[in-house]
Design a protein around this ligand. Structure first.
Ligand code: G16
Length: 549
């Protein structure tokens, strides 16, 4: 079969590129105002089909979401056959195709891609896709489908789903009938197997107290309802921010990003929490999870991705030791520069810790190097991955005592509870609740594992964020020249001061992170650096004047 040039041209003409727009496949795919993405979606459809053919018909996933971004934004990312993020080298191809300026140029670029990889177009193309609750998703999915039609690809539309469910389904479809079969390739199958593993893991433990879940007015609420059905009395949820009718409500004064960035309760949650009661927030596509609670002094306390990582890594390390598998299974942790310095200090004393650039794909890759790799970004993205060697050890190990056998049983349940393709806020939430039940921890006890250094996160709108280039896992700037020295000179004036600047991959801003021994100092560092960026680039230090973001 040759490239279907006529169909490509016909469909491509229906989705012309806006001449002024520059697209970039960033941290989490393409992401910007939904109204600008029509041509991108069509081209992503074509690219997904080509990638599938390249992989001899393996199913490729496409998720239409802008996650934590405001409701007017939308986005799209591709998922590789194992449910992981698109291979890095193909991100460049996505960017190239999205930026071709005419149908002819687009078809030439597609042709070049096919020839470069010597892709046999006779292979079938299979693409599984879903979208979040954003209204713009409807038309964008239609554009994506035109891309699939142009290539004669088979599409499987999963409708409105969370991002982690899409990733899971892709892996299940591709491993079906193989020794690596990951599970039943249905949403129901996923929910049921995850819920079953949770119920087994907490059998005999005190039932967790009712949990307030902020659904960010997004698709996470749909999945939470499904989970609740299968979990029955094992755990009770109090869903909040579950308005799916009002599109403008998505992520508005709600959700994991709101809580983490503002370091405060979503306004709707504060009045319903009793002191000590835990609550958690999902984000717009339910792949981030942040916990928090009200302490006895009626203050907000954050339990972010770092605290989740410490809790989970500690639990797994205990299980490995308890089962007598120390030395046979190595547990490691992966963080980014955003990890609170206190968490890194605490964790480094207990297990190997790696630091990588922001973006799930980087953390995931690094975590695969361990027997059990735990990774969490401070913003609540994360999961645990088990290596093939670990699966083998768990399957063949003969425990010597009943206690070891019990720990082994718990270890064997974890891979069934955890979505290993990408972090799922909901399965992560069940994991946290199971660990807390095992450890008999209250929110306060969990919080006390280590004490966070006060910190501040700001965003600065700059004329061109692409001039910001980093090194050392984004901890230092190499460009604009001289800016890192200005930052260093300022930060060294503060005890325990640490700060870094990096361009966002999902928003048109530069992010500033600062931490120090007290909040006033962390704020001072962050503000000063925002000022430096402003002076050097002519940026706007605040997206909304006077407010920390
Ligand atoms: C995406 C990525 C995350 C990243 C976040 C913020 O999350 O998947 O790994 O931490 O963007 O990235 P940046 O600081 O580059 O904007 P999400 O939840 O928005 O898809």
């Amino acid at each position: 079969m040759s490239l279907p040039v006529e169909a490509l041209a016909r469909y491509s003409d229906l989705h012309p590129k806006l001449s002024y727009e520059k697209f970039h496949y960033g941290t989490a795919g393409f992401r910007m105002a939904g109204s600008l993405l029509d041509s991108v979606m069509f081209r992503v459809g074509v690219l997904a089909a080509i990638r599938s053919k390249r992989l001899e018909g393996k199913t490729i996933g496409v998720m239409v979401t802008a996650s934590h971004n405001p409701p007017v934004d939308n986005g799209v990312k591709l998922v590789d056959p194992r449910g992981e993020m698109l291979e890095a080298s193909w991100e460049r191809h996505a960017t190239v195709l999205a930026n071709t300026t005419s149908t002819d140029e687009f078809i030439d670029a597609v042709d070049k891609l096919v020839k470069t990889y010597k892709i046999n177009l006779d292979h079938p193309a299979n693409v599984l896709y879903a979208r979040d609750t954003r209204p713009s998703g409807v038309e964008l999915v239609a554009a994506l489908e035109d891309g699939l039609k142009a290539m004669g690809a088979n599409g499987r539309n999963e409708g409105v789903q969370t991002t982690p469910i899409l990733h899971y389904l892709v892996r299940c479809v591709n491993t079906k009938g193989t020794p690596e079969a990951y599970g039943e390739d249905t949403v129901e199958g996923y929910i049921k197997s995850t819920a079953d593993a949770f119920k087994k893991l907490i059998a005999g433990k005190p039932a967790p107290p009712p949990l307030v879940v902020d659904c960010a007015n997004g698709v996470g609420y749909v999945a939470l309802k499904q989970f609740a059905e299968y979990l029955g009395p094992a755990i009770t949820f109090i869903p909040m921010n579950n308005d799916l009718e009002n599109a403008a409500a998505l992520n508005s004064d709600a959700g994991a990003d709101y809580v983490k960035t503002n370091q405060k309760f979503p306004p709707s949650i504060a009045p319903v929490l009793a002191p000590g009661q835990r609550a958690c927030s999902l984000d717009g596509d339910a792949d981030r999870l942040i916990y928090y609670y009200l302490n006895s002094r009626k203050q907000f306390r954050l339990l972010d991705g770092d605290k989740i990582a410490a809790l989970v890594a500690g639990f797994i390390t205990d299980l490995v030791k308890g089962a007598g598998l120390e030395g046979q299974i190595d547990v490691g942790l992966v963080q980014t520069a955003y990890a609170n310095g206190a968490s890194t200090k605490y964790l480094e004393k207990r297990l190997p810790v790696a630091c990588v650039p922001t973006g799930v794909k980087h953390l995931h890759r690094a975590a695969l190097r361990y027997g059990v790799g735990v990774y969490f970004e401070a913003n609540g993205h994360g999961t645990v991955v088990f290596s093939p060697a670990t699966y083998e050890v768990l399957a063949s190990y003969q425990p010597s005592t009943p206690t070891q056998a019990t720990y082994l049983e718990y270890l064997n349940l974890l891979p069934k509870l955890i979505n290993q393709t990408i972090g799922d806020a909901l399965s992560d939430m069940l994991l946290v609740e199971a660990v807390l039940a095992h450890k008999h921890y209250t929110a306060l006890e969990w919080d006390s594992i280590y004490i966070d250094l006060p910190n501040r996160l700001l965003k600065v709108v700059v004329p061109n964020r692409n001039i910001f280039q980093t090194e050392d896992a984004e901890r230092r700037l190499v460009h604009p020249e001289g800016m890192q020295k200005l930052i260093d000179d300022h930060v060294k004036k503060f005890e325990s001061g640490r700060a870094f600047v990096r361009p966002s991959g999902t928003e048109n801003v530069v992010r500033v992170y600062a931490e120090a021994s007290d909040q006033g100092q962390a704020d001072q560092i962050a503000l000063k650096i925002a000022g430096i960026i402003y002076d050097e680039t002519g940026g706007d230090p605040f997206e909304r004047p006077g407010e920390f973001l």
